[in-house]
Design a protein around this ligand. Structure first.
Ligand SMILES: C[S@@+](CC[C@H](N)C(=O)[O-])C[C@H]1O[C@@H](n2cnc3c(N)ncnc32)[C@H](O)[C@@H]1O
Ligand code: SF4
Length: 452
């Protein structure tokens, strides 16, 4: 075994969370209900700056690798009835907000929001504008499945103010695509990219995945060559999260054809070298952005943030989640809506907030959550910065920080005056390093995906 292989197995053998929140979602509990959410909404400051996340949990075909909360349907009726509930939820949540709150970011995710009919996209856009006050420069981002996407849908999104898109690619290799049940040509993707550019979308992201079945460095780099040819502003390169105990359809993926941890690490590093060589800055664990892009600018100035959509520059006072399974974050804690679509609909139709679970943040949660977010964004741990924000409470993190430095025989971190910086060698193990500050990690609530 080479030293690098030994290092990967030592650090990454234990699955860890992706830290899009802290505490992570498996620690949410039913003690946080609609009444508590209503109290939290009522306590928002008058001029609150909001970010809205709206979940569309439908797709027309199942990608076998999919880890998202979605339902496959060829019928439009379930989508239409979901939209009626979503529109009712928009009105009911908006009624709890201070009148002068402003929305600065709107994100439609899924599933595939592009499954909506053009008329329903417009109706949803209108409902949102009627219920919430949008800032003049509000950003509107949509997650796009480019397969079969027609001009009418693109035009409808343009009409309601689309400013940013995130396009799913995953891998262009036909062999890999067959094993994940996601057939998507480069030509079709290029057509959709050109159509979004033509309507003036300012920022374009492409999602790709490493660690897929029968995917080797050759296929991955060939895919990224094609991705770069599309000239996206950002690339998100996710490691395939294989969690068949949670997503049972992933059993359709032959496990013996999945790359192991050492191969996954090699793929991720080769992909990062390729993207950096192509002019992209490496951001956090899985994002790449052109130097001029807002994400790279924020990363360079310590303003990068991490939330359920991954890395963001969004500094909102509150993230409001709308739709089945949607997660929100307020100053007091996290809330999550009912996950099952039927149950979500029933709650909304009964005139209730659809909150099913959540967690109220303790002072210790806030401290650790902040330390983990800064680590995931800046690759830095600074006790002085934490002390400045949290006072003497910050001292509880001194021991785990010192242990990380003391135990590091591999150059993963560089000590600083009051903490450490994670090196480029350490970057692939950022989640595992962050987990050392996680007070819940030993709790049996969750099983996670591979750490690299
Ligand atoms: C909601 S989808 C994007 C929009 C659209 N549904 C599509 O697939 O084109 C979000 C992204 O999550 C990523 N993803 C989904 N399942 C994953 C998994 N099991 N592991 C890693 N990434 C995954 C994919 O890159 C996908 O593009
Ligand atoms: S990857 Fe996207 S298109 Fe495929 S099933 Fe998941 S959410 Fe739907």
């Amino acid at each position: 075994m080479t030293p690098t292989e030994e290092l990967i197995l030592r650090y990454a053998a234990k699955p860890v969370p992706r830290y899009t929140s802290y505490p992570t979602a498996p620690h949410f509990h039913a003690g946080i209900d609609g009444a508590r959410y209503a109290d939290w909404l009522a306590a928002l400051p008058d001029q609150a700056c909001l970010s809205l996340y709206l979940h569309v949990p439908f797709c027309d075909t199942l990608c076998w690798f999919c880890g998202c909360h979605t339902k496959i349907t060829q019928q439009y009726a379930p989508i239409a009835s979901y939209l009626r509930a979503l529109t009712a939820e928009i009105a009911s949540v908006a009624a709890h907000l201070p009148a002068s709150a402003r929305v600065r970011h709107l994100h439609w995710g899924g599933g595939s929001p592009t499954i909506l009919s053009p008329a329903d996209m417009r109706a949803l856009g209108t409902a949102l504008k009627e219920c919430f006050a949008f800032a003049a420069d509000a950003e509107f981002a949509v997650e796009v499945d480019p397969r079969g996407l027609d001009d009418a849908r693109i035009a409808a999104l343009a009409e309601i103010g689309l400013s940013r898109v995130s396009i799913g690619v995953q891998d262009f290799d036909p062999g890999v695509q067959a094993l994940i049940n996601r057939r998507q040509s480069f030509e079709e993707t290029a057509r959709v990219v050109a159509a979004f550019r033509a309507i003036g979308v300012g920022s374009l992201n492409i999602d790709a995945i490493y660690g897929l079945p029968d995917q080797h460095e050759r296929q991955l780099i060939a895919t990224l060559c094609q991705v770069v040819a599309l000239d996206p502003d950002r690339v998100a390169l996710f490691g395939y999260a294989h969690v068949p105990w949670m997503k049972t359809h992933q059993r359709l993926i032959p496990e013996e054809r999945l790359p192991g941890l050492v191969e996954r690490h090699a793929q991720a590093e080769a992909a990062a070298d390729f993207l950096v060589g192509a002019g992209y800055r490496r951001i956090g664990i899985d994002h790449f952005a052109k130097a001029s892009d807002g994400l790279a600018v924020a990363a360079a100035s310590g303003r990068l943030q991490r939330n359920f959509q991954g890395y963001t520059v969004d500094p909102a006072d509150a993230l409001i989640g709308l739709g089945a399974s949607a997660i929100g974050r307020l100053a007091q804690g996290y809330v999550q809506n009912e996950t099952a679509i039927g149950q979500y609909r029933r709650r909304v139709e009964a005139g209730e907030l659809a909150t099913a679970r959540g967690i109220a943040l303790s002072a210790d949660d806030r401290l650790r959550g902040h330390a983990i977010e800064r680590l995931m964004c800046d690759l830095a741990f600074s006790e002085a910065a934490l002390r400045h924000r949290f006072g003497s409470l910050a001292e509880v993190l001194r021991a785990p920080a010192a242990a990380i430095i003391a135990e590091d025989r591999d150059g993963l971190v560089t000590p600083t005056e009051d903490g450490f910086l994670v090196s480029e060698r350490g970057r692939p193990f950022l989640r595992s390093i962050a987990a050392r500050f996680d007070a819940y990690i030993a709790a049996p609530a969750a099983r996670h995906s591979a750490a690299v």
